[in-house]
Design a protein around this ligand. Structure first.
Ligand code: GTP
Ligand code: MG
Length: 300
């Protein structure tokens, strides 16, 4: 046993939509706890991934990347993001190096001007960018943000993730661990299961549909034979959206269900029977119970 003290702390992972925040959280944790997609505004819930590095427990608060709240759900997401940042011991700003500094990043830079905590700047997706462009971006952002450390990584390919994890561990305050050693997330299995189904919807359906959809786990039964039976409700706003989710001859829903079942089964380490029901509710956005289910506070 080493003589090193234990450490534990919170890291707020913030950044513009699609920067790769959730991908990075998964890479640091070493397994999938947050859903990922090529479409922007994937993350809704404030979810914590728990990474362990030697004697340090690093609690990574994954946040939604949206900063212009319009509907109630968006306001709740933004509130969650900023609460996450304010309570953290360290802020980790993830920048999509391939996208560069756009309006949403500008806004983040402005808000970070008043921060209290140390800041790590992470330039992500280096696999997509030329060295020279990367160095220019790093110089510009270092000048403006005065971060404590700068990292250039590819969260998707794993480059630079180990170095970042070491640095995060060293930066955590001394103290006892806050979660059991084997826990990888603060989300319940019910919530992760709902997210894994939503990931399929986001990835398989187009245009506005992912944003008009929510998934709720309704019933959950761990059977004595070792299998788990899960019923989930897919909420959409209109009949036309319901038709798209179900697809011709039910094919789309079947495919969403098959892929989600495989992911949930892998997460639980048990066989899963997944039953999906599509329901139209133009006002699901106003359903308080659903907010609890996806881990958000009700934002007025
Ligand atoms: N090429 C490349 N793609 C990446 C990298 N990291 C993430 N991506 C991709 O970028 C997209 C967005 O990743 P997410 O992790 O969902 O991004 P996010 O910041 O959590 O997005 P929101 O939740 O919408 O705010 C996905 O298609 C990822 O596969 C990387 O290092 N290189
Ligand atoms: Mg995300």
């Amino acid at each position: 046993m080493s003589e090193q003290p234990t450490r534990a702390g919170f890291v707020a992972v913030i950044g513009a939509p699609n920067a790769g925040k959730s991908t990075l959280v998964n890479a640091l944790v070493g397994q999938k706890v947050a859903i990922v997609s090529a479409k922007a505004q994937t993350t809704r819930a404030r979810l914590m991934g728990i990474a362990i590095e030697q004697r340090a427990q690093i609690l990574l608060v994954d946040t939604p990347g949206i900063f212009e709240p319009k509907r109630r759900l968006d306001r709740a997401m933004v509130a969650a993001a900023w609460t996450g940042a304010q309570d953290a011991d360290l802020v980790l700003l993830v920048i999509d190096a391939a996208a560069g500094v756009k309006a949403d990043v500008e806004r983040l830079i402005t808000s970070l001007g008043t921060r209290q905590q140390p800041l790590f700047l992470v330039l992500n997706k280096v696999d997509l960018v030329k060295k020279l462009v990367l160095l220019g971006l790093a110089a510009q952002l270092t000048e403006r943000l005065k971060p404590d450390r700068v990292f250039m990584i590819s969260a998707a390919q794993g480059d630079g993730v180990t170095d970042l994890k070491h640095a995060l561990a060293d930066a955590m305050p001394e103290g006892p661990w806050l979660y059991p050693e084997d826990e990888v997330s603060d989300a319940t299995d019910r919530m992760i299961a709902a997210e894994l189904t939503r990931e399929q919807i986001v990835n398989q359906l187009h245009q506005e549909l992912p944003y008009a959809t929510a998934v709720e786990t309704e019933t959950w039964e761990d059977r004595p034979d070792g299998a788990t039976v899960i019923n989930q409700q897919i909420l959409v706003e209109r009949d036309s959206q319901k038709a798209i989710v179900i697809g011709k001859g039910g094919r789309r829903l079947k495919d969403i269900g098959a892929k989600a079942r495989a992911e949930i089964s892998q997460h639980l380490g048990r066989p899963v029977h997944l039953y999906l029901h599509v329901k139209v509710n133009p006002k699901w956005d106003e359903d308080r119970g659903l907010y609890r289910e996806i881990g958000l506070e009700w934002a007025d």
